[in-house]
Design a protein around this ligand. Structure first.
Ligand SMILES: *Cc1c(COP(=O)(O)O)cnc(C)c1O
Length: 484
């Protein structure tokens, strides 16, 4: 960040004070909840791997009149009048994204990660199914097709194959999971991880791809604690004629911060790369699509293909966040995220805890809590009672299913933003271990064993909370930001 941090924090304090006063004049309960949310975030150990703390500059950018503007279309080509300022911020967001990630093309309109994936799926279908069909049928666009030809094309859209990472191996709902639209619109199959090591087995992915012949091979994850070799994934895609789509929603910050380089950087290898902007990338809630030239024109049709009016205020905030991510300090931040995850994993290993894949080389640590005799649900609740905010997560071949689960997922991006380092993350491991080793499974009303109830030994929550508070006090969230 440029400028004097102390003076900027003072200015931001005044801005938030004023904003909360204006909000309170209409609905004081919203102003109150907003204040409380800051206090709660400041006083908890946020270890949710998908969350972070965006800067005041990013947050303030979202609260403006850009929210009121409709701007369907693309930069310089809108279906609404008076979009010149939206053009400015959308072009800036796209330019920063292209420069930051070294991508030939960037699309800043998706409202979220899911939207970015929908844009990617439909641009791939447009490129590989619609365009060839139109050429075959001698039509310029779908409106020119006869009812019969249109029916046939619709049928073709609905019969394409997608191969993605299984949810319980760390994949995402949008990678072909049946309850999600991706699992309904595509004929889908999933690849998992090696049952022994928990690691991605590229030969097994290749074998599955050869057999299944997907149109889309999806790589990327939400809960896999390791790096992926995207050159290998591209080789697999090329061998079977698939499009490689990489969803870097979780680890985009590590790509932006040049921690993942070479074959670990998906952008040069994927035909289409999608991401959220609010996870390790530390921007506003939103999505981005990056693409090779071949897919640029198709992604550019995200509106009206999948999206309506873009969230102009959020695109403005994406431009600010991406400008932050282009500064050298972001590379230090990203390296610290990865180093801290290693410290956390070592902290767990040295206390005898069981980690999926045995450790980490990204920002995620996945703890298998079955060694404590607990389900993920019980562990998550006991940790929350102690001020440690995590989320339960399936482990590969999880015996407790996707609801109760057997794992707890930890991520380092948020606390790294607060300034936590090696010693703090070792202490985090100690606190988690202390809570879980003092938690026992409970019973239901009928006295039978329960996967949800638990008992946390007296005094543990207070002890853990006090030790956590010491670290939180030393590493304040938004230093210098004081609300009156
Ligand atoms: C978080 C996530 C998404 C979805 O992002 P939303 O902004 O919540 O829609 C998509 N893909 C992956 C891999 C994710 O981790």
């Amino acid at each position: 960040m440029t400028g004097d941090p102390g003076a900027l924090a003072k200015t931001a304090s005044a801005a938030y004070d004023a904003a909360l006063e204006v909000i309170a004049s209409v609905e004081p309960r919203v102003a109150e909840a907003t204040r409380k949310e800051l206090a709660d975030q400041r006083s908890s150990l946020k270890l949710i791997a998908s969350e972070n703390y965006a800067s005041p500059a990013v947050l303030l950018t979202m609260g403006t009149w850009f929210s009121d503007k409709y701007a369907e279309g693309t930069v310089g080509h809108r279906f609404y009048a008076a979009c010149q300022n939206v053009d400015t911020v959308e072009a800036l967001a796209a330019e920063h994204a292209r420069e930051l990630f070294g991508a030939p093309y960037a699309y800043a309109q998706p409202h979220s990660g899911i939207d970015a994936n929908l844009v990617a799926f439909w641009s791939i279908l447009a490129n590989r199914v619609e365009t060839p069909a139109l050429e075959r049928l001698g039509a310029k666009n779908v409106n020119e097709l006869s009812e019969t030809d249109w029916e046939e094309l619709r049928h073709e859209f609905g019969n394409q194959r997608l191969l993605g990472m299984a949810l319980d191996a760390g994949g995402h709902l949008t990678h072909g999971f049946r309850p999600n639209i991706s699992g309904k619109m595509f004929h889908q199959q999933q690849y998992g991880t090696d049952p022994e090591t928990g690691l991605l087995d590229y030969d097994a992915v290749a074998a599955k791809a050869r057999e299944f012949k997907p149109l889309v091979l999806v790589a990327g994850y939400s809960a896999y604690p390791r790096r992926v070799n995207f050159a290998k994934m591209r080789e697999i895609a090329d061998e079977v004629g698939a499009v490689l789509m990489v969803d870097m929603a979780h680890f985009a910050g590590l790509v932006a911060g040049k921690v993942f380089t070479g074959e670990e950087n998906p952008v040069p290898y994927a035909h289409v790369t999608t991401t959220t902007t609010h996870k390790s990338l530390r921007g506003p809630r939103g999505g981005l699509v990056l693409a090779q030239e071949e897919f640029a024109a198709d992604v550019d049709r995200g509106c009206p293909m999948v999206l309506g009016g873009p969230l102009s205020h959020v695109m403005a905030a994406k431009a600010v966040a991406l400008a932050e991510a282009r500064q050298p300090a972001f590379q230090t931040y990203a390296q610290n995220i990865a180093d801290n995850a290693k410290s956390l994993a070592e902290g767990f290993n040295s206390r005898g805890a069981k980690l999926v894949t045995g450790g980490t080389d990204n920002h995620i640590v996945l703890l298998d809590v079955s060694s404590y005799g607990l389900t993920g649900r019980q562990a998550e609740s006991a940790l929350l009672d102690s001020g440690v905010v995590t989320n339960r997560n399936s482990v590969p071949q999880d015996p407790n299913g996707a609801w109760y689960t057997s794992g707890i997922r930890f991520g380092t991006p948020a606390l790294t933003t607060r300034g936590f380092g090696h010693d703090e993350f070792d202490t985090v491991a100690d606190l988690v271990h202390e809570v879980l080793s003092h938690t026992t499974p409970g019973t239901n009303k009928a006295g039978a064993p329960s996967k949800a109830t638990y008992r946390l030994a007296d005094g543990v929550a207070d002890r853990v909370q006090a030790r956590a508070q010491e670290m939180l006090d030393k590493n304040p969230l938004y230093p210098g930001l004081e609300l009156t």
